[in-house]
Design a protein around this ligand. Structure first.
Ligand code: BDR
Ligand code: CA
Length: 313
């Protein structure tokens, strides 16, 4: 059983990732959910996180709000992808469960400092602001974290915000630099993986056929997500990014990649937010991340449907 903290900016794909984790109590103990500004501003991401906990009937889950903007840059959001609420397509009620009063960065520091070494895995699904700010506030947490499994970056696949950068890293490249330089073991799910996990109409229909509230919410969200990305990429479905992080914790052999040195471009200009992945090991930098490149998409979606199908049974 792995203890995880999900740091997230829901976002439809973040929501599916949360549901996958909450549907998997035999393998994952979700200690808390921390929200960060990203796809939409913080007041929406923390509210959306609570909506998803309620959909999963986990009103006991502590949800914390963290940073409302990146460390250095102004906040760049993605309503153009996710809709004005961040969860368009799901049609979920306003949450009634509370938001915790503690700031997410303080929660991360306190919880990690109280934990045993290597006890907690962090799962960042959005910009890395909360995690980096916690590392700056209390550098000793780096020695506590078992592993960081994150969605972010892209190399052979390029970027999705501009030709060089993926959204999560682009929004807060300075935070990404802090995290990738921290020495904590990192597993990275870049666009090279997530662009192979396409939510095709056939795969979305499998969620709708579950006939449950969670199945319909997932189908609705993915259907909404599809409209923008299918036009953009001219594919038969939108990439389902963030659930790759949780699927890796459940079935690591769905993914393959290699250990690489990863640096983050933080200079203002056309490459800001680029992940410089030394895939061919042509620079002296030591590997600091397990960088995934491939996924067995059919098995990945089969896992998702099976787990989401556990809600409402
Ligand atoms: C990432 O950016 C967000 O839009 C998604 O939620 C995902 O975390 C993909 O680039
Ligand atoms: Ca996200």
């Amino acid at each position: 059983m792995r203890k995880i903290i999900i740091d997230t900016d829901p976002g439809q794909d973040d929501a599916v990732a949360m549901l996958l984790a909450l549907a998997s109590p035999e393998e994952l103990d979700v200690v808390a959910v921390t929200a960060v500004a990203g796809n939409v501003p913080l007041p929406l991401t923390e509210k959306n996180a609570r909506k998803i906990c309620e959909l999963a009937q986990r009103t006991d889950m502590p949800v914390y709000a963290g940073c409302s903007r990146p460390m250095v840059r102004s906040l760049f959001t993605a309503e153009y992808v996710h809709g004005p609420t961040g969860l368009d397509g799901a049609d979920l009620p306003e949450p009634t469960m509370p938001l915790q009063s503690q700031h997410a960065v303080d929660f991360l520091v306190d919880t990690l400092m109280r934990s045993d070494d290597g006890e907690i895995t962090l799962c960042p699904l959005g910009p890395l602001t909360n995690v980096a700010m916690a590392m700056i506030k209390e550098p000793r947490i780096a020695g506590k974290i078992r592993e960081i499994v994150l969605m972010g970056g892209g190399f052979f696949e390029g970027g999705n915000v501009n030709p060089a950068a993926e959204f999560n890293i682009y929004v807060d490249p300075h935070a990404a630099h802090v995290v990738f330089a921290s020495g904590v073991p990192i597993t990275m799910m870049p666009l090279d993986v997530t662009h192979k996990a396409l939510a095709t109409p056939h795969r979305i229909a499998a969620f709708a056929s579950l006939g449950t509230a969670a199945g319909h919410a997932v189908a609705g969200m993915l259907d909404f997500f599809d409209r923008y990305d299918m036009d953009k990429y001219e594919t038969d479905g939108a990439p389902l990014h963030d659930p790759c992080v949780i699927a890796y914790l459940l079935e690591p052999d769905l993914f393959s990649g290699r250990e690489c040195h990863v640096a983050i471009a933080t200079d203002e200009g056309p490459t800001i937010g680029m992940t410089l992945v030394d895939w061919w090991d042509v620079t002296p930098g030591e590997p600091n991340a397990m960088v995934m490149r491939d996924v067995d998409a059919d098995r990945f979606f089969a896992l998702l449907v099976e787990r989401i199908g556990r809600f409402g049974r």
